[in-house]
Structure formats: structure tokens, C-alpha cells
Ligand binder design. Structure first.
Ligand code: 3UK
Length: 505
């Protein structure tokens, strides 16, 4: 069990402790134009903390909306908010004014720190708080940078309680309305002391890299908090593509990569063009990892991928496996610190081999911000993630589908991910999404939306070929009776397939 002191400031614990522990001259953050040592990062964070407290007059518990792509100043602003005893409300870079307005309102935001390049949508938000300040804006006399220059160091970290809220993270809203989740100072440290420590065995000489935005807790943990907890470096890059991520792994000699399955799938055929031999761990999360993707990445790099399921509600990854414990097809076992089980529709635990609702308990957990759905997510202390899972006799957990995405066709339960996995093995298929489409005769019919690889043309003949390909490999009742070709699948900014959009397509 993890124990933290009653008084705890997570930013001080990550940053000041690293400097005091001798990591001051080590690189903490690498950006496209600059890299900062732990001491340099600390000085910037301290000056920004004074800006927040002294210049903006913010007081303990005030909420600060953060908006920026992954870069060093975005990280410094975030850490400064935490260190000053305020509450960070990070927002995804692609959100529009309408969504930002909802967040400002729902999270009761007191101030906004925004990268100048993303200013447009902020200006269009109705009812902005009193303070809206730009960063990454060197020529602006009212920018964070201009105000920072007038302040000394050090800034003494606010003496927060371990269970003071420090972060309000919004879910990506695969189904629509985003929900705010609240996390404490101790939660931030708890995620650092679970997955990266036990599963990744992170060390000071690691270099973390990847795609998820800092506004997504997958990226916040993987690219900023986890490296800091061990005195390692995090590489923060904007606008990554499969090619530029490979080039960056090569250039920075990165050792740990965090991204989504589709990104690995797209990088695999390109990897030979780069030297990625520095990588020792590749973490996949956000969506189910298809076996075909796992195999393609392993063939290209020699690395066994580390699949991990995480959730905004639980802050980070809670089931995963690395090294010899990896069992292809399974996500893994509960990360040390967490417990998991499978429940039936009545909330009773079921044994191995039965599909049911995944329930998780651990040092972090769901606290929705003024949301009545709290009682749907947390029952008897268990977090119900909304995923249908199955356990085997050795305690490995296997993802099947989202609970409400299970396809029921002619009385059969069919997991879309299983059909996707087979389709992805076909040479013509670049990407696919399988959903249940309402059908009078069968209730639902399995429908595949397929993006073809370059060099393959859509048509009836190929559709039949793909359907036969599925029938040959899994029970024929699972084959997609309906198959549609498309140029692009609808995805959230976090890389998740938006199945509800496919169903209504
Ligand atoms: C799905 C997975 C199968 C699953 C996240 C790592 O994705 C993250 O958080 P979100 O709140 O979504 C949570 C939901 O996404 N999912 C995530 N990982 C997997 N499904 N296999 C996986 N490996 O439905 C889950 O309930 O956006 C991931 C770390 C932090 C995160 N917030």
C-alpha cells in the first residue's frame, strides 16, 4: 500500500525533490527549440507560481485553465499551477470555443493560461474569467514570460493537503458531453509509483517520448510526471506524425514511447528508415491493441509492446504487463497497487472465461465534478470503467469491447474488436472499425468500416474477399454482413474510434 504524508504538494515532490536529490543538472524536458535541466525548469516554475499568486492574485483552490500543445512552457505552467496550490484544468489543443465555454463554466475557471498560437478559440469563448494570459508569446508585454522576468526564485511550494484537488481532467467524450474528473495531489504521485515503477521499471537515464497531449492524462503521466518521478527526461513535441515520431526517437535516442495502437500500426512499415534501437519499451494505450499491430511493431523493432488500459477517471494505467509476463491478446494483470475483477449484470463476481463488466480498485479512483453519473462509475468502492472484459485462469485480463458497444446479432454476442483484429491481418486493410448497425431481422448486423492501404481499390470483389477472410478465421456468424469502404475513420483527439459516429454513418 502506498503511503504519503498528510501534507503533500505533488509538484514540489516531483520537482524540488529531484533538484534536492542531485538531479539539478540533468535534462528534465526536451522541446523542439530548447531543453531545460531540472534546475532550469524549477526556476521557471517558481517564477510562474509568483505570476499566478502575486500578479494575478489567485488564491488557494482557484482553477486555472491551461491550453497549449506539448512544449516546455506548457509543462512549466502546469507544474506552477500545482506548486502554487491552485487547480489545473488542462484542455485538449483541438477543442473549439463552444467546448471550451462548457469547460470554463463547468469547472468554474478563475484564470486562463493559453499558448499564443491557440489564442483564437479562447477569444471566442463567452464569459471568460477575469484573467486570460498568454505564454509562448515573447513580444507581448503582458505575457507570462514578461511577468515572470520580474520575479525572484525560489517560490516556496504551497503546503497542500495530500487530498486537496490539484487537477480537473476532462474525459475525451467518445459519446459526447465531456465529464470533469477530480484528482488529488496524492493521486498524481500514486500513478508515478505504480505503472512506471513496476511495469516499466523507469530509471533516471530513460528518455520518454510520445504523442498524447499533456491535457490527456495518458500524456501528462507518460511524458511529464513519470520521467520527473525518477529524474529522467521527457521529450515534448508538437504535431507529431508517424514519420516525425520515428525521426524524434532516432534523434533524441528515446527509450520509452507512449502512443496509441493506430500510431504503432502506421509507424511499423516506416521504422526501417530510422534508427530506433534506443527504444526498450513501447507502451500502447487508449484503445485495444490488435494482435496484428503488436506483431507488426515487434517485427519492425524487435520490441514486445506493453499494452495498458487506463482511464481519465483513474488517472492512468491500471492493468498491463511487460517483459516475460506479456500474453498476446491479453491487456495483462492489475498493475501492483490495483485490484481488478469481472462482475455480472447483478454486480456479482464471475470466474475465468466469463465476459462481464470490468471493476477496478486502487490508490486512484473516479470523482466526477458535480456529475450524477458518479454512482454509475463507482459502486461499493469499485470503479466500473464501462469495459467488457474476461479473465483467464492465470489472472490475465482480456479486453472484449466497451460494455455498450457489444454487438448482439441474431442472439450472438460479438465483440467488434475481435472482427477488427482479423480484418487488420488482411494486406488490403490499413484501418477498420466494426460496429453493430440496427437491423429488423437480426437486431443488429455486424458492419465493418474499412480504410484501404495505398494500392487497393474499393469494390464488391474486395468486399467479398474480406468477408470470406473473416469467415475463415473466426466463427462465421461474426463476419461483417455489411462492409463499407471509407477514406478516414472518425477519431477523437486522443486517437479513439468514435463508434457512435460509425453507427449513424
Ligand atoms: C479504453 C482501452 C482497451 C477503455 C487513458 C491510458 O484512454 C485513456 O483514458 P480515457 O478516459 O478512456 C478510457 C477508456 O479507453 N482503453 C484505454 N486503454 C485501453 N481499451 N485496451 C486498452 N489498452 O474503454 C477505457 O475505459 O480517454 C489511457 C492512460 C491514461 C488514460 N486516460
Amino acid at each position: 500500500e502506498l503511503q504519503y504524508p498528510a501534507q503533500l504538494n505533488c509538484a514540489a515532490e516531483l520537482l524540488d525533490a529531484a533538484v534536492e536529490g542531485g538531479a539539478g543538472e540533468r535534462i528534465a524536458i526536451v522541446g523542439e527549440h530548447e531543453s531545460w535541466t531540472y534546475s532550469e525548469l524549477q526556476r521557471r516554475v517558481d517564477r510562474i507560481a509568483y505570476v499566478l499568486r502575486a500578479d494575478l492574485g489567485l488564491v488557494t483552490g482557484n482553477r486555472v485553465l491551461l491550453r497549449g500543445a506539448n512544449n516546455p512552457m506548457m509543462a512549466a505552467c502546469l507544474l506552477a499551477v500545482l506548486k502554487a496550490g491552485l487547480i489545473a484544468v488542462p484542455t485538449m489543443p483541438l477543442l473549439r470555443a463552444r467546448e471550451l465555454t462548457a469547460i470554463v463554466d463547468k469547472a468554474n475557471v478563475d484564470a486562463v493560461l493559453c499558448a499564443a498560437s491557440l489564442r483564437g478559440e479562447i477569444d471566442a469563448v463567452s464569459a471568460l474569467p477575469r484573467h486570460v494570459v498568454m505564454f509562448n508569446d515573447p513580444d507581448n508585454p503582458a505575457s507570462v514570460e514578461a511577468m515572470m522576468a520580474r520575479h525572484p526564485v525560489p517560490f516556496a511550494a504551497h503546503a497542500s493537503a495530500a487530498d486537496d484537488v490539484c487537477l480537473i481532467s476532462f474525459t475525451s467524450g467518445t459519446t459526447g458531453i465531456p465529464k470533469g474528473t477530480m484528482h488529488f495531489h496524492r493521486d498524481v504521485l500514486a500513478i508515478c509509483d505504480c505503472f512506471p515503477r513496476h511495469t516499466l521499471q523507469a530509471r533516471a537515464d530513460d528518455i520518454f517520448i510520445g504523442t498524447p497531449p499533456l491535457a490527456f492524462t495518458f500524456g501528462l503521466g507518460g511524458l511529464l510526471l513519470f520521467p520527473m518521478r525518477v529524474g529522467a527526461a521527457g521529450v515534448l513535441l508538437e504535431k507529431l506524425t508517424p514519420d516525425t515520431l520515428l525521426a524524434a526517437i532516432d534523434k533524441y535516442r528515446a527509450t520509452v514511447c507512449f502512443t496509441a495502437p493506430t500510431f504503432y500500426r502506421q509507424m511499423a512499415p516506416l521504422a526501417a528508415g530510422y534508427d530506433v534501437s534506443s527504444l526498450t519499451r513501447s507502451v500502447s494505450a487508449g484503445e485495444a491493441l490488435p494482435l496484428a499491430t503488436r506483431e507488426a511493431w515487434q517485427a519492425a523493432t524487435g520490441l514486445r509492446m506493453i499494452d495498458g488500459i487506463g482511464a481519465t477517471e483513474l488517472l492512468h494505467i491500471f492493468i498491463s504487463a511487460a517483459g516475460d509476463a506479456i500474453r498476446p491478446g491479453a491487456t495483462g494483470k492489475p498493475v501492483p497497487g490495483y485490484q481488478a475483477c469481472i462482475l455480472d449484470a447483478n454486480g456479482q463476481q464471475v470466474g475465468p472465461g466469463v465476459i462481464g463488466r470490468l471493476a477496478v480498485k486502487g490508490p486512484t479512483g473516479c470523482r466526477y465534478l458535480a456529475d450524477e453519473r458518479q454512482k454509475d462509475y463507482v459502486c461499493d468502492g469499485w470503479n466500473l470503467t464501462g469495459d467488457a472484459y474476461e479473465m483467464d485462469a492465470d489472472g490475465y485480463f482480456y479486453y472484449r469491447s466497451r460494455t455498450d458497444d457489444m454487438i448482439i446479432s441474431a442472439g450472438y454476442n460479438i465483440a467488434g474488436a475481435e472482427v477488427e483484429e482479423v480484418l487488420l491481418r488482411h494486406e488490403a486493410v490499413a484501418e477498420c472499425g466494426v460496429v453493430g448497425r440496427p437491423c429488423e431481422e437480426r437486431g443488429q448486423v455486424v458492419e465493418a468500416h474499412v480504410v484501404l492501404r495505398a494500392g487497393f481499390a474499393p469494390g464488391e470483389a474486395l468486399a467479398i474477399q474480406l468477408q470470406d477472410f473473416v469467415k475463415l478465421q473466426i466463427a462465421p456468424y461474426k463476419y461483417p454482413r455489411s462492409l463499407r469502404f471509407t477514406d478516414k475513420l472518425p477519431r477523437t483527439e486522443t486517437g479513439k474510434l468514435q463508434r457512435f459516429k460509425l453507427r449513424s454513418a
